[in-house]
Design a protein around this ligand. Structure first.
Ligand code: HEM
Length: 466
């Protein structure tokens, strides 16, 4: 467990390398499984999904997010998901695309005011941009002035929650009769003081959004804030308590922007290290869009752009670990899984598995071109293509708990990458060393410092990822 704390991803990889695609770990009466086989993943997330609920760690995350969609479970989750799902229908996503384009334009205008070749911490910049998108699209307001302190709060929350998830101080006390998970968590006081302060920042933002909307209702706005505030039950009363509305808003404020931002930061880093892939990206965007603003209809005409983003999420899946808790006894890959066991599915390991992804550490967007994406690619010399297991790639999870924002995130990532590429070239700042940090999301620990040049400028030297 201490190895898991230090470097959780490496610890899981070592276990799988040593013991195979399912590993059972018993610690102080608690049973854990690490699963790294697409068929077993299908069993947990799809075929027997009703037997695998959220874990104690969802309760840890709930200390920040409350009972929002990500951490909720059971009937309350079903009701909330049904209420919120229509907001992410295709027609609505096209409307959100307008907000994405406006926010990207606004950020580009800010960048244009800087000297060419300026050094920027691109992960924070893109976080601010995707927060702006979340503000415009989901809350119908401008969050750009909140970007810096929301980002700081977010990083603190990810750190505190990530550490608590792998801490024995969280797990062990729950073995004592009468000690609830909440109490075990609250016993780690200093950590929670920092977390509470960070959550207070988000609470302030959300309280302000609710207040402003209640003072100035906007019946024509089809956004999350309106949907939650206006939801009615059969008797015509508010369908959600103020607390539930707060929890959903804080959840979407957080998960609605950070994962997409990290995925774009990793993408720009990979492109700066692979000039051929970047040249193809520029060529595609120039040919399809030239200098004009993209529209949602253009996105289907950008297969290389799509493939670059998908391959980046394969190498650096922002949600690198998904967990479930078995409700009743089950059997997985021949192993008895007792009720109450925790099952870890590390997307990161599945995405780096040689069996599904030859040359797994190599950045090769061709894997996600329409003609290759169903197959193990590249095929061995002279061999016919072999179908790639469906659950070998799960950046957005799978089954009923699959990411509700999947379509939103994919459109957002493509539009933003296309618009940034039209105007700028991003090169890793000389000497920069990027260290992946496995918190609740997989993020670059100290950001990604990049030199931004308006298109046509010289490429800078490349850095190193450890
Ligand atoms: C690249 C970007 C994104 C990635 C990689 C990502 C990944 C994921 C994953 C893996 C899950 C499933 C967690 C589980 O099964 O326990 C999830 C759930 C969720 N995501 Fe995303 N997400 C992204 C963007 C978004 C966006 C843009 C939104 C909102 C607009 C969003 C909202 C949510 C919510 C609310 C859930 C919980 C769904 C539920 O349990 O019903 N995500 N996400």
């Amino acid at each position: 467990m201490s190895g898991i704390r230090r470097d959780p991803c490496r610890a899981f990889q070592d276990l799988v390398d040593k013991y195979g695609d399912i590993v059972r770990i018993d610690i102080s009466g608690q049973t854990f499984f690490v699963v790294n086989d697409p068929e077993m993943v299908e069993q947990v997330f799809v075929a027997r999904q009703h037997n695998y609920g959220k874990t104690l760690n969802a309760k840890v995350a709930a200390m920040a997010l409350g009972n929002g969609l990500l951490t909720n479970d059971g009937e309350s989750w079903t009701r909330q998901r049904r209420t919120i799902q229509p907001l992410f229908a295709r027609r609505q996503l096209d409307r959100f695309a307008e907000n994405m384009i406006t926010a990207a334009r606004r950020r580009l205008t800010r960048w244009d005011a800087r000297p060419d070749g300026a050094r920027s911490e691109i992960s924070a910049e893109i976080n601010a941009l995707t927060l702006d998108v979340t503000g415009q699209a989901l809350f119908g307001c401008d969050l750009s002035d909140d970007a810096a302190h929301v980002h700081e709060a977010l990083v603190e929350i990810l750190r505190c929650v990530g550490k608590a998830m792998t801490s024995l101080l969280t797990w062990l006390p729950t073995r004592i009769p009468g000690v609830s998970p909440d109490l075990a968590l609250r016993m780690q006081a200093p950590r929670w003081r920092r977390l509470d302060a960070a959550v207070a920042v988000l609470d302030d933002v959300v309280a302000r959004l609710i207040r402003e909307r209640q003072q100035h209702p906007q019946p024509d706005k089809h956004d999350l804030l309106g949907l939650l505030l206006d939801a009615r039950d059969e008797a015509g009363a508010a369908a959600m308590s103020p607390r539930q509305v707060r929890d959903e808003l804080v959840t979407f404020l957080l998960v609605g922007h950070d994962t997409t931002a990290y995925s774009l930061a990793w993408t720009l880093l990979l492109l700066s290290q692979h000039p051929e892939a970047r040249e193809k990206l520029v060529a595609e965007i120039d040919a399809v869009l030239g200098d004009r603003q993209p529209t949602p209809a253009d996105l289907d005409e950008l297969p290389w752009t799509t493939a670059v983003i998908e391959e980046s999420m394969r190498l650096y899946p922002p949600s690198w670990l998904i967990e479930r808790q078995a409700v009743a006894d089950d059997v997985l890959g021949g192993y008895a899984v007792p009720a109450g066991s925790t099952v870890y599915v590390a997307s990161y390991l599945l995405h780096h598995d040689q069996k599904s992804w030859p040359n797994p550490e190599g950045f090769d967007p061709r894997r996600f071109l329409p003609e290759h994406r169903q197959f193990v690619f590249p095929a061995a010399d002279g061999a016919s293509p072999v179908a790639r297991p469906r659950y070998s790639y799960l950046p957005f999870g799978a089954g009923q708990r699959q990411c509700i924002g999947l379509g939103f995130a994919r459109i957002q990532a493509k539009l933003i990458l296309a618009m940034l590429t039209q105007r700028y070239t991003f090169d890793l700042a000389p000497g920069a060393r990027i260290v992946p940090e496995y918190t609740l999301t997989l993020r670059p620990q100290s950001g990604v410092p990049m030199i931004m040049r308006r298109r046509g400028a010289q490429a800078a030297s490349r850095g190193v990822v450890s």
